[in-house]
Design a protein around this ligand. Structure first.
Ligand SMILES: [Zn+2]
Length: 380
């Protein structure tokens, strides 16, 4: 048994002062306060720091040279180690659009990793996100045009079987023929649907929500632009109170004004931070392959040969600190958007509550992440 004390604790239900978190093995046994446990032995004391839930990245393509589309078991181990070092305790490996055969093989390897025994002190793959093949040609971004497919429940079943039931999230353009019945089928399987890479009109986006869409993928990016008479998918995403909406907060994908408008519109309960990061994340400046596309990394920006922004090269802890600066968000809000909200959207177990895995980060008084505990172990 281990006891960890701090100044503050961010939990799904709010903020708590002078917490003591008791860990038994990999799980949280109890959350109490210093005054309630005055004589208890404390193993780690952080008197001026805040404990926050472990981060959860639901849109993640790779890091440190490893791409989830090509990774085998060792590659996923490297990924899981790299993520633990930046405070990400759970992630959804996310496909990019590829041939159906390549996608099925990637899903099989992801499922193999998810079913393998977890390695101590590493991030956990908590399911799979399929980004494509059900995307709009007009808003495909860097997804391969030749491999985009019309959605159908039968095709989703094929992907579901290859992934052995581990798909948790699907990005889909709701205006495509067959999309609405595919979204209904996804919901029946337990998959959350998120609209994105889409030219949907207002009416098409609303029809998607009525069929089961619960979130939006990288808000503003790869979406029909807002018009005051045809607000389109973006207007619906920002307006519909119950809809979650995620965003890439890397300083390049979305301008600061748009980040702040998004946060005002979605609020602390429905906004989600993602990275959309590629295998070039955590690598020096240079030229890299992502799937079959060449990308150039310079600082925190990653562009294709034609200068189009590809995914990001930041990890989720950076998105949290970027949001704190861009939107002057308090630490507990910024962290919540990258931990509690995505877990709720997906229906995954919550963090920093009794019975949960002991996954949490320790932030100093300046809002800088210092330590990370994963399944009860301090990550060095
Ligand atoms: Zn995308």
């Amino acid at each position: 048994m281990k006891r960890i004390a701090a100044k503050m604790l961010v939990t799904p239900s709010g903020i708590m002062a002078d917490p003591i978190v008791t860990i038994e093995g990999e799980h949280i046994l109890e959350i109490s306060t210093r005054s309630a446990q005055q004589t208890a032995h404390i193993d780690y004391d952080f008197p001026d720091r805040t404990l926050t839930p472990g981060l959860l990245d639901i849109h993640f393509h790779g890091i440190a040279g490893q791409d989830v589309m090509n990774a085998f078991h060792e590659g996923f181990e490297d990924i899981a180690h790299s993520l633990a070092r930046v405070g990400v305790s759970r992630f959804l490996p996310t496909t990019v659009t590829a041939s159906l055969d390549a996608t099925m093989l990637a899903l099989e390897r992801m499922a193999d990793y998810i079913h393998a025994d977890p390695i101590a002190g590493t991030s956990q793959a908590a399911g799979i996100h399929i980004e494509g093949p059900f995307l709009s040609h007009a808003k495909r971004g860097m997804h391969s045009a030749e491999h985009l497919l019309s959605p159908s429940p039968e095709l989703l079943d094929q992907l579901w079987e290859a992934a052995r039931g581990n798909i948790r999230l699907m990005t889909i353009a709701p205006e495509l023929p067959g999309a609405l019945e595919t979204i209904k089928h996804a919901t029946a399987l337990g998959i959350r649907s998120s609209m994105g890479h889409s030219m949907a009109t207002r009416a098409e986006a609303i029809a998607g929500i009525k069929s089961g869409i619960v979130s939006a993928t990288h808000t503003f990016n790869a979406m029909r632009a807002f018009d005051h008479r045809e607000p389109g998918i973006l207007g619906v995403v920002l307006d519909q109170e119950d809809l979650y909406a995620d965003l890439i907060c890397d300083g390049y994908h979305v301008a600061p004004e748009a980040v702040r408008l998004w946060l005002k519109a979605k609020g602390q309960e429905r906004a989600i931070l993602i990275t959309d990061c590629l295998s070039a994340a955590g690598m020096p400046n240079g030229k890299y392959m992502t799937g079959e596309t060449v990308v150039h990394v310079e600082g925190d920006a990653c562009r294709t040969d034609t200068g189009v922004l590809a995914g990001s090269v930041i990890a989720l802890d950076r998105a949290v600190s970027n949001l704190s600066k861009t939107a002057r968000a308090e630490l507990h809000t910024a962290v919540r958007l990258a931990s509690i909200n995505p877990a709720r959207m997906l229906g995954l177990p919550e963090s920093l509550v009794p019975g949960a895995l002991a996954d949490f980060n320790v932030y100093d008084a300046e809002g800088v992440r210092r330590e990370c505990f994963i399944r009860g172990s301090l990550i060095e």
